[in-house]
Design a protein around this ligand. Structure first.
Ligand code: GSH
Length: 243
């Protein structure tokens, strides 16, 4: 059976990592049996989650996990999509993963109030005497990665502008459709759902959240995806599960 290495539910989301959520949804879409293990970060081959173990084979990174499921198990995530639609899907996915993601990371980890509301709880198992030091080291690492990416060099209002444009683009393309390309979910919906829900996470007071919440179609979309893939949760990111 496939093992998905994840962080585990947090922040009112199936997983605090949108990349893990994406992979979890892809695995649910695939119909393959899988289990979730939340103890794997220390052994992650690329130092990040998610990764999977499948019959002794380890595959890291959500995009390569999807490719693995397609190649090894013959899963077709995009039945009926045209090459043009697949190109659009790739562009939206990479916008979410390589740009919107960094605005979400900035909001959660750099702003002191938001950090206290959310990620600080990730450190509850660290012994109290060394907790402040560990938190300072990890937050410095996150700030450095934001700087290296480039997002961390922007002013707060510039980051908000970038996040808002990405969220608006997703909402505009989705429009009144139930899913990104019509009546049935395809692979891109695993990504769009995960990043939009992460941007909407009610734990945080952020302009990205406000940008997402302005779009009723995005709220309904998150509720629809929740009803389909996480019916047991009832709601994700404050959006009630409803088909
Ligand atoms: N490109 C990777 C990104 C995965 C990623 O950024 N994971 C983050 C959580 S959102 C992580 O594991 N960070 C832990 C760390 O950097 O120590 C993918 O698509 O899976």
């Amino acid at each position: 059976m496939i093992t998905l290495h994840a962080f585990g539910p947090g922040l009112g989301l199936p997983d605090p990592s949108p990349f893990v959520m994406k992979t979890d949804v892809l695995l649910k879409m695939s119909g393959l049996p899988f289990r979730v293990d939340t103890s794997g970060l220390a052994k992650a081959p690329k130092g990040k989650l998610p990764y999977i173990e499948d019959d002794g084979e380890i595959v890291a990174d959500s995009t390569f996990i999807r490719r693995h499921l397609e190649r090894k198990h013959g899963i077709e995530f995009d039945p009926g999509l045209t090459p043009e639609q697949k190109a659009i899907a790739w562009a939206f996915e990479k916008m979410a993963e390589d740009n919107l993601y960094w605005t979400i990371l900035d909001a959660r980890w750099v702003d002191d109030a938001n950090f206290a509301r959310g990620p600080s709880a990730f450190f509850n198992r660290v012994p109290a005497p060394i907790r402040p030091l560990v938190i300072a080291v990890i937050r410095r690492k996150v700030r450095k990665s934001l700087w290296a990416h480039g997002m961390g060099r922007h002013a707060s209002d510039e980051i908000t502008e970038l996040a808002t444009r990405s969220i608006d683009a997703i909402a505009t393309y989705l429009g009144p459709k139930p899913y990104f390309f019509g009546d049935q979910p395809t692979g891109v919906d695993a990504t769009m759902f995960s990043f939009v829900a992460s941007a909407m996470c009610p734990v945080f007071e952020t302009p990205r959240r406000k940008a997402a919440e302005r779009h009723d179609n995005l709220k309904r979309y998150v509720g629809r995806m929740t009803a389909r893939y996480y019916p047991g949760l009832g709601e994700v990111a404050g959006c009630m599960a409803a088909a």
